[in-house]
Design a protein. Sequence first.
Length: 161
Amino acid sequence: MSSDRISRRGALLGLMALGGCGFAPVYGTTNGLRGTIAFETDSSVAGFRLRERLEERLGRPSTPQYVLKVTLLDRRRTSAITADGDTTRFNVIGTASWTLIDPVTGDTIDAGQVETFTSYAATGSTVATQAANVDATARLAVAMADLIVSRLLILSPTLPS
C-alpha cells in the first residue's frame, strides 16, 4: 500500500517538475515553427505532395521567418522477380536534400538529407501498375516530409528568433 503511494507521489512530482521546466510537446499544434517557414519544392507531383504535407504539419506561412528549400530525387529498383523473369514488385527509393535559409541574410541555418523508400506491386494491368507507381511516389513524398519535419522540430529550440 505504501509503495503505491510513493509511486503515485513520485509520478505526480515528476509531472510537476516537467511542467515547471518549460517542457512543451514538440508535436503540438502550437510549436514555435508553425506558420514561420515558406516552402520551395520541385514542380512535380512528388514536390506538390511534399509541400502539401509540410504545410499540413508546419502550417502555411503567414509571417515567414525562414525558407525551406527541398530538392527531391527518386529512383526505382526491382525488388521481386518471378522465375519467368517478370518483375512483380518495385521499390521507390527517395532522397530529399533540404536547406533552411534566413531570407533576410541569405545565410544557411541548417541543411540535411533524408532518405526512405516505399514499394508497389506490378502484378496487375499496365494502368493498375502506373496508378500504384503514382501512389507510391506520393506516399514517399509524405514520408520524406515527415522526416524533415522531425528534424526541424528537434532543431527549433536553437533557431534564431
